[in-house]
Ligand binder design. Structure first.
Ligand SMILES: [Zn+2]
Length: 319
């Protein structure tokens, strides 16, 4: 079985803290030896920009993370920018693991469409339109209500991303902007990393209507491993620690609502510190596979969830 992950902050952490993503002993959740053991073929690399950066500062911050991705490309990693590249890294014989730079929040574009071409040239093939805060595209899920939907720039951006083969990622995107994107979009959208709101009722998690909207448009939903998304009041004193059982419940719910072909993993590893008890890093991924198997997912379903669905989605979107 191959493994592919739709969202992790590994290279953000590596760029900021100087950790080596290729070293076994690095404090990162994801590192090369663990990727090899998981038979990982592809990692979508979050290019996250904290809220304190905007305009040109956000652009250069994002460039710094992409520099770090580029510095690791070579013997072990290859950048994936097209369906052809994807095919290459998906092969069992490939020695190199695919990496796709992916903006988490559109603030590095600084409201300037010319920057879309610059980031495309640097290999960016997906953009999460917002993070929690407001940016030039829309209000993020952390903004108070009533939230503003898509700006004129945001509406134009969706069309320009689709034209180039850049995935439109609705993680962190609340309503009404989410619904506006669904009305506008012509190609398959995704929610790269989320939990299910039916199980943990926070705005950050996708509700059933959102899950269905993504599935109806032949899109992809990645379930993440952040305890706060998969277990209610996860960090309140007295709450038990989240486990693979909680993550599995969200995977199973998403499958029930959106269908087995639209669900996968967007771990969010290296994007948080307090992990699920038995999913502390990529080396624990077997625990989640076993848990989902025990809940009745057969081998072909597991293959889809842990990699095949994400690769199939990217094949529908990439140039
Ligand atoms: Zn995120």
């Amino acid at each position: 079985m191959i493994y592919a992950d739709a969202h992790a902050d590994t290279f953000y952490e590596a760029a900021l803290k100087g950790h080596d993503p290729r070293a076994e002993g690095s404090p990162l959740h994801i590192n090369l030896p663990r990727m090899r053991r998981a038979n990982q073929r592809l990692q979508v690399c979050s290019v996250f920009t904290p809220a304190r950066y905007c305009g040109i500062e956000a652009t250069s911050f994002a460039d710094r993370i992409i520099d770090c991705i580029d510095a690791n490309v070579g013997v072990d990693f290859a950048k994936v920018g097209s369906r052809k590249d994807l095919e290459r890294v998906a092969k069992a014989s490939s020695l190199r693991i695919g990496l796709i730079p992916w903006l988490e929040g559109a603030s590095p574009l600084a409201g300037d469409m010319a920057k879309l071409d610059e980031f495309f040239a640097r290999g960016v093939r997906g953009i999460g339109l917002t993070h929690n805060h407001r940016n030039e595209v829309a209000d993020g899920c952390g903004c108070a209500e009533p939230r503003n939907g898509l700006s004129d720039f945001g509406r134009k951006l969706v069309g320009e991303m689709e034209r180039r083969g850049i995935a439109v990622d609705c993680a962190h995107l609340p309503q009404p902007a989410f619904d506006e994107v669904m009305d506008l979009i012509k190609r398959a959208p995704c929610i790269s990393h989320t939990g299910c709101r039916a199980l943990v009722g926070i705005v950050r998690n996708a509700d059933d209507a959102m899950l269905r909207s993504i599935a109806e448009r032949d899109g992809f939903i990645g379930i993440d491993f952040y305890p706060g998304h998969v277990l209610g009041d996860a960090f309140k004193p007295g709450t038990r620690r989240a486990t693979c059982e909680d993550v599995a419940a969200h995977v199973l719910h998403a499958i029930k609502v959106a269908g087995i072909e639209h669900v996968g993993i967007g771990s969010d590893f290296d994007g948080f510190e307090d992990t699920c008890a038995d999913l502390k890093h990529l080396g624990d991924i077997d625990n989640l596979q076993r848990t989902l198997g025990a809940h009745g997912l057969n081998d072909s379903a597991l293959e889809r969830i842990f990699g095949a669905n994400l690769l199939a989605y990217l094949e529908r979107v990439l140039p």
